[in-house]
Design a protein around this ligand. Structure first.
Ligand code: PAF
Length: 282
């Protein structure tokens, strides 16, 4: 696997592949890779002969009180994992390479509606930062397909909508969440958890499963189920931010909706965790 740090080197390598008509699959990441990220690479390989990954901790998507400074940066380890998974090219730019004209940017991408509420409420500006960097990365890599983890369900919805609205010729593919045996969704932020917190963190998935079961058993009192979920999380020591039952495109569900997604965000100590679970009825 080749690692490049500049736009010029990236473009040079991509041009060589395009010249011989090779399709490109792209997995953007912020590094500190775990098995969930590696699933993106494995999925990418089923879509195109050339797989490109990026590792870039994007300052635009972190709020002023968030963990940009302490977000784990583990490039040598990430390189090893990507190479072992069969990634062909890693783009690992610095902030100056990505944003050479300085911050704040004058051009931003905002995907309204789907960015509002849930993560958008608790992380103002987050999705503008994500949509902007993903757009910049898409312009640089110009992939045929791009892969994103379903753990960040709203992010996947925002990017899918952005690609549709801007007519970007890129197929967006969601990759299922990888979990620990406890049910805890894999996340780079899990390493902020103390040992006892890591044990408690699995209650998020358990709460999702309980709500899904209630819905499958016929409950349609979505507000009551959301409230019960909030209480269950509080009882285990979380500070829950939301428990929400939505359609896959994040609209409030009506009784006839057969496909739903349950989404949770909660703080455990200082660590913010998110997860979701889809429910299919009938
Ligand atoms: O999901 C992530 O890791 C990031 O939000 C992404 C898509 C790489 C953009 O920085």
């Amino acid at each position: 696997m080749l690692t490049v740090h500049t736009v010029a080197e990236l473009r040079q390598q991509l041009a060589a592949w395009r010249a011989v008509g090779e399709r490109i699959a792209f997995a953007p990441t912020m590094g500190n890779l775990h098995a969930g990220h590696i699933d993106l690479i494995h999925a990418a390989k089923t879509h195109a002969p050339r797989v490109v990954a990026s590792v870039f901790v994007n300052p635009l998507q972190f709020g002023p009180k968030e963990d940009f400074g302490r977000y784990p940066r583990t490039l040598p380890d990430d390189q090893q994992k990507l190479a072992a998974a069969g990634c062909d090219l890693l783009f690992a730019p610095g902030v100056e390479e990505m944003y050479p004209h300085g911050l704040p940017l004058t051009t931003e991408v905002k995907v309204s509606k789907v960015s509002e509420g849930l993560e958008g409420e608790f992380r103002p500006g987050h999705f503008e930062g994500v949509a902007t960097v993903v757009n910049v990365l898409f312009n640089l890599v110009q992939p045929d397909v791009a892969l994103f983890g379903e753990k960040d369900w709203q992010q996947l919805a925002v990017i899918t909508r952005m690609v549709r609205d801007l007519h970007l010729p890129i197929g967006i593919i969601g990759v299922p969440t990888r979990r620990e045996t406890s049910g805890l969704a894999m996340s780079s932020r899990n390493q902020y958890l103390a040992v006892d917190e890591r044990h408690t963190a699995s209650v998020i998935h358990a709460t999702l499963v309980t709500i899904a079961h209630e819905i499958q058993q016929g409950s349609r009192d979505y507000i009551g189920l959301e409230q019960a979920g909030m209480q269950a999380l509080s009882a285990h020591g979380f500070a829950p931010q939301y428990v929400a039952i939505r359609t896959p495109d994040l609209q409030p569900p009506a009784n006839e909706n057969k496909n739903l997604v349950i989404l949770i965000a909660a703080l455990l100590g200082n660590t913010r965790l998110i997860d979701n679970l889809r429910v299919s009825l009938g």
